[in-house]
Design a protein around this ligand. Structure first.
Ligand SMILES: CCC(=O)SCCNC(=O)CCNC(=O)[C@H](O)C(C)(C)COP(=O)(O)OP(=O)(O)OC[C@H]1O[C@@H](n2cnc3c(N)ncnc32)[C@H](O)[C@@H]1OP(=O)(O)O
Ligand SMILES: NC(=O)c1ccc[n+]([C@@H]2O[C@H](COP(=O)([O-])OP(=O)(O)OC[C@H]3O[C@@H](n4cnc5c(N)ncnc54)[C@H](O)[C@@H]3O)[C@@H](O)[C@H]2O)c1
Length: 331
């Protein structure tokens, strides 16, 4: 193992903020039982927030962000892992309070590690990453609440984003009629290519004005957008319909009324990928490698960058300009 290696460091002092590639040593990494040579990381909205001064994600500076990583174990003090094992690490404190995936090496607690399931390569694991896991958890929770392809169509908001694109592709590969919503007219072709049956604008979701109960349009929705988009979804879900809520790119305040809940039995399902229990996490990753794997669409969804490209890539995701999933080829 090299004594010095590359990592993307964010630093904040009283009067300065910087985010750049630097040489680091193992002493700059947070402690953990398992050392991993990182092959790929990825770029999530949360990583974008971690790269700006007031994103409220990073707990202390200087810091190495990156909430996702996939790589190979080089050293383990925990019996569950050995040199040469291919692994995935996402969630918990990674890239938030524990140095993350934007580094050639990472050191993490063994309890956070998922062995790479058969059926996924390290690259595919990161095309999916936290976004793919969140999409899978959303679909799992919707199906637990009765959703089936014959129940009706499923709306996906923020559909060109990471969570959105993977949700479109996973739902389509499971036989659902997927209605993808986007603000980007130029991306309708992309959304059809990854499996959307119909593509609608953001305004078609919200309508001209909010009505507490509106026309029943969708059996379910995967919503990483939140805000007024979520208010409209709640009033337009079919009887007993559910929305899986994972994000806030469209805002955090969700004005609603009790009517959809007490008159139509509508459900809001909260989706948290970060502290999802390990047993469910492992089960879902093995489904992501098999029945939930959108094999045909993964390479249409991916874009590959290097650690050097991170500043412009992180800035793009915060402006809502990223498409699909950007993975970072680290080693
Ligand atoms: C991959 C998953 C994602 O992408 S999630 C989306 C990214 N997350 C965000 O944008 C949230 C960033 N955080 C914030 O904006 C603020 O912390 C919010 C949530 C608004 C609360 O702010 P404020 O009212 O100032 O209180 P606070 O920061 O002291 O926290 C209050 C209690 O909530 C907790 N909290 C905070 N952040 C998280 C989090 N990400 N996950 C779980 N819990 C969180 C804090 O620990 C605190 O709890 P306690 O009082 O310490 O028990
Ligand atoms: N709950 C969880 O465990 C979890 C996990 C992963 C992501 N997230 C959250 O999900 C959201 C999406 O994450 P991502 O990594 O896929 O990001 P992303 O940037 O790839 O996707 C976001 C999408 O939202 C769209 N968008 C932006 N502003 C919008 C607006 N005002 N109205 C409608 N659409 C808008 C963008 O065009 C983009 O398509 C973020 O809020 C992120 O924090 C939550």
């Amino acid at each position: 193992m090299e004594t010095q290696f590359n990592a993307f460091i964010v630093n904040k002092t009283e009067d300065d903020f910087s985010a750049k590639l630097q040489k680091v040593t193992m002493e700059d990494l947070s402690p953990g039982e398992v050392t991993i040579k990182v092959s790929y990381s990825s770029v999530n909205y949360k990583d974008g927030l971690a790269s700006i001064p007031n994103g409220k994600i990073v707990r202390s500076y200087p810091f190495i962000p990156g909430i996702d990583l996939a790589g190979t174990v080089v050293n383990s003090k925990d019996k569950r892992f050995s040199e040469g094992d291919n692994v995935i690490v996402t969630s918990y404190e990674l890239g938030v309070a524990h140095t993350g995936g934007y580094s050639e090496y990472a050191r993490v607690p063994a309890d956070w590690i998922v062995p790479l399931p058969e059926g996924l390569s390290l690259e595919e694991a990161m095309i999916l990453g936290t976004a793919g896991f969140t999409a899978a958890l959303s679909i799992h929770r919707l199906e637990e609440n009765g959703l089936r392809p014959e129940t009706g169509s499923v709306l996906v908001t923020g559909a060109t984003g990471g969570v959105g694109s993977i949700a479109v592709a996973m739902l389509a590969s499971r036989g659902y009629h997927v209605i993808a919503s986007t603000g980007k007219e130029s991306e309708h072709g992309y959304l059809k290519q990854i499996g959307a049956t119909e593509v609608i604008s953001r305004e078609e979701v919200t309508g001209d004005k909010y009505r507490p109960l509106d026309k029943q349009l969708w059996a379910a929705a995967v919503d990483p957008v939140g805000g007024s988009t979520l208010s409209s979804i709640i009033s337009k879900l079919q009887y007993n319909g559910s929305v899986a809520v994972s994000g806030l790119t469209g805002g955090t305040d969700v004005p609603t009324t009790v009517f959809p809940f007490i008159l139509r039995g509508v459900n809001i399902l909260g989706i948290d990928s970060v502290y999802c229990p390990m047993e469910t996490r492992k089960e879902l990753w093995s489904r992501i490698a098999t029945d939930l794997k959108p094999s045909d669409q993964l390479h249409t969804i991916k874009k590959v960058v290097s650690l050097e490209n991170l500043p412009e890539t992180l800035s793009k995701i915060l402006k809502g300009e990223a498409r699909g999933r950007t993975i970072v080829k680290v080693n």
